[in-house]
Every structure is written in structure tokens, then in C-alpha cells.
Design a binder for this molecule. Structure first.
Ligand code: TYM
Length: 345
């Protein structure tokens, strides 16, 4: 894996760079976002040169209300900080504050095949749901903007959940294509996907991934404790009474075991051993406790941060400035490679 060139302390060896992003498309992140991605982002800031963004430009590819997007962007940023991202150690920012992403995206669109973009499953799913007439060109080019988010920082790794794998494949293809056509310009990034929590499942339909589009089976991090308790109590379990880790035969039980394991730094099989004999009631009680232990202080911290908008905007401005400085050299090199004329300073 290639390493990025910068480090906060020049006397230290350069650290590999990671980038990831999250959409501000709900009032709250859900447990899948946290366990599949954000939790890892927090760990990576210890060892990596980390860039994390709230991708507000991606959020306007489907229908939205401007005042709602505005609030959700602020809340998403606050949630990232409350989850443990430290703006001193990571660069945490909002995508639209860094124009280099969309500038690079245009260049990458011009090397992306129409058929290639049309094969992206997220586009196919969403455009089928919305209907072709109501689907936007922005939704179609969404994965290319995502590739630009990653390549503009020369990221070595991209920590995401399993659902992002196809977009990362496209990103790698575009980087390799550009490099072979125009000369080495981009680092080809590796996906960093956590095996145990790559796909947290819906509580009421434990074969589908947990997602905000199915609110009853989705645990939102900002849900009040009584709502979380109710959702877990009504979660689908499987036939039989055994508590065993078996994602194929017992997807509902296994999903709850994964949740508990991830929130308590254990493994699903160790949790299953601990809870054996307690029945599904005991399993659900343990799941409720494990989730609330995280969400209660998390929610309090988010509300505290949201009450001080000036401070939040200051943090955003710091992140934006650092991100722009890191993005600009890649954009300049890309423009030079494709033959755009550079003006003297
Ligand atoms: P988004 O906003 O849908 O989700 C953010 C992160 O949460 C992960 N995730 C899950 N992981 C496990 N189980 C689940 N049920 C689950 N649900 C969501 C996602 O895999 C993701 O890592 N296209 C991206 C946003 C994006 C991006 C980027 C990501 C834009 N630019 C650049 C990485 C790099 C998205 O829609 O994520």
C-alpha cells in the first residue's frame, strides 16, 4: 500500500491516509452507520492521517428540503464529533466547503463510461424506486463524485460498510484508468471493511441491511431510550430457543449478537456463550443495555454541540481549510495532466 506524504509532525514517518464520508440524509445516523463505519473511523485517527466528511452534495441527488438538509448537515457534523472524531487529530469537514471535489469529479466523469455508471446497483435501485423521469443526472454521476472525494486526497484506504464495495471498485478502476492514460496521478485506494459488522441487519427483517428507509427495524443513534427499548423488544428472532451464532439459520439472533459484541468490544460467539440459557428475553435485555450505554451519553453530547452553533461552525471552518489545502495539489496536478493551461501566480 502506498503511503501518503504528510504527517502532523514532520519528524515522524508519514502515516497512511484514509478518507470516508457519510450522507446527511436523516435526522440521526443509525446503528449500522456507527458499527459499520464511524466506530472504525474513530480508531483509525490514532494510526492514520484521517479525512472524514459529511457529503451534503451527495444528499441533493434525491428529493430534499433545503432547511432540513441545512439542519441535518449541522447535526451530522455534531454526531461525528460526539462519536469520538477529534478535530485536532482528524480533518473533519463538509464536502461542499471544498470545491476541489466537484472540480475533480468533472474530469473523472469524462473518463467514466455511460454503461459503467449505469451498472452501479445503488443507482439502479434508487432510480427504479423514483422512476426514470424523476431520477436526476446527479444520482447517475453520484459514484463519480464519491471517487473524486477519495482520489482528491490520495487516500490509501477507505473505511466503509459492505454496501459501498461496488463504488470503491469504480473508484479504483477510474484511478487506474487515469494513471495509465495520463501518467501516475492518483493513489489506488483499498477498501477497509470490518468483517463482523460490515452489514448490520434490519431488526424487523434480518435479511436486509439496516437502513433509515425501514424505520421500525432501524435503530437511530438519537432515538430516545424508550424507542430503542421498544424496537429491540419487538425485533424478529428465529424459531427455536437457542442463543447461537449462526447468521444463515438464525439471522435475527445473530444480528443481535453482533450488535452486543460490537458495543461491548466482544465477539458474537463469546456473547452467545455468556447468554446461553437466558432465552430470547435475556438476549434482548442485553442488547438494549449495550445499545443504550452508547446512545444515551452520545445523544446528550450531540445536543450540547448543537446548542453552540458558533463553536460548530468554527470546527467546520478548521476542517474545510485543512481539507482544501490537502486537495489542491491533486487538483493542480490533474489539471496539468489533462492539458488545462495553468496561469502564472
Ligand atoms: P451512507 O451515508 O449511506 O453510510 C455511511 C457509512 O455507513 C455504512 N453503513 C453500514 N454499515 C454496516 N451495516 C449497515 N446496515 C450500514 N448502513 C450504512 C456505509 O457502508 C457507509 O460506510 N456513498 C456513501 C457516502 C460517501 C462516501 C464517500 C463513502 C460519499 N463519498 C467517499 C466513502 C468515501 C454513502 O451513501 O454512505
Amino acid at each position: 500500500m502506498a503511503t501518503a506524504l504528510n504527517s502532523p509532525d514532520p519528524s515522524l514517518p508519514p502515516r497512511p491516509r484514509v478518507l470516508s464520508g457519510i450522507q446527511p440524509t436523516a435526522d440521526s445516523f443509525q446503528v449500522g452507520n456507527y458499527l459499520g463505519a464511524i466506530r472504525r473511523w474513530v480508531e483509525l485517527q490514532e494510526t492514520h492521517d484521517a479525512y472524514y466528511c459529511v457529503v451534503d452534495q451527495h444528499a441533493i441527488t434525491v428529493e430534499y428540503q433545503p432547511p432540513v438538509l441545512h439542519e441535518r448537515t449541522l447535526s451530522s457534523f455534531a454526531q461525528l464529533i460526539a462519536a469520538g472524531l477529534d478535530p485536532q487529530r482528524s480533518t473533519v469537514f463538509v464536502q461542499s466547503h471544498v470545491p476541489q471535489h466537484s472540480q475533480l469529479s468533472w474530469v473523472l466523469q469524462c473518463i467514466t463510461g455511460f454503461g459503467e455508471a449505469g451498472r452501479m446497483t445503488q443507482f439502479k435501485d434508487k432510480s427504479q424506486r423514483e422512476g426514470t423521469d424523476r431520477s436526476t443526472v446527479g444520482l447517475f454521476t453520484y459514484p463519480v463524485l464519491q471517487a473524486a472525494d477519495i482520489l482528491i486526497y490520495q487516500a490509501d484506504g477507505v473505511p466503509v460498510g459492505e454496501d459501498q464495495r461496488q463504488h470503491l471498485e469504480l473508484t479504483r478502476d477510474l484511478a487506474q484508468r487515469f494513471n495509465s492514460r495520463f501518467g501516475r496521478t492518483f493513489t489506488v485506494p483499498e477498501p477497509l471493511i470490518l468483517a463482523d459488522t460490515a452489514k448490520i441487519l434490519d431488526l424487523s427483517e434480518p435479511t436486509a441491511k439496516m437502513s433509515k428507509s425501514s424505520p421500525t427495524g432501524c435503530l437511530f443513534l438519537l432515538d430516545p431510550p424508550e424507542v430503542i427499548t421498544k424496537k429491540i423488544k419487538t425485533a424478529v428472532t428465529d424459531s427455536g430457543r437457542d442463543i447461537a451464532w449462526d447468521p444463515v439459520e438464525k439471522p435475527g439472533v445473530s444480528n443481535l449478537l453482533s450488535l452486543i459484541a460490537a458495543f461491548t468490544a466482544s465477539t458474537p460467539t463469546a456473547v452467545a456463550d455468556d447468554l446461553a440459557g437466558g432465552g430470547y428475553g435475556g438476549l434482548k435485555k442485553a442488547a438494549i443495555e449495550a445499545v443504550l450505554e452508547f446512545t444515551v451519553p452520545f445523544s446528550a453530547r450531540v445536543h450540547e454541540l448543537l446548542a453552540d452553533r458558533t463553536y460548530l461552525l468554527q470546527l467546520m471552518a478548521i476542517g474545510a481549510e485543512r481539507a482544501r489545502a490537502a486537495a489542491q495539489p491533486t487538483l493542480a496536478l490533474t489539471y496539468e495532466r489533462v492539458g488545462f493551461v495553468t496561469l502564472p501566480n
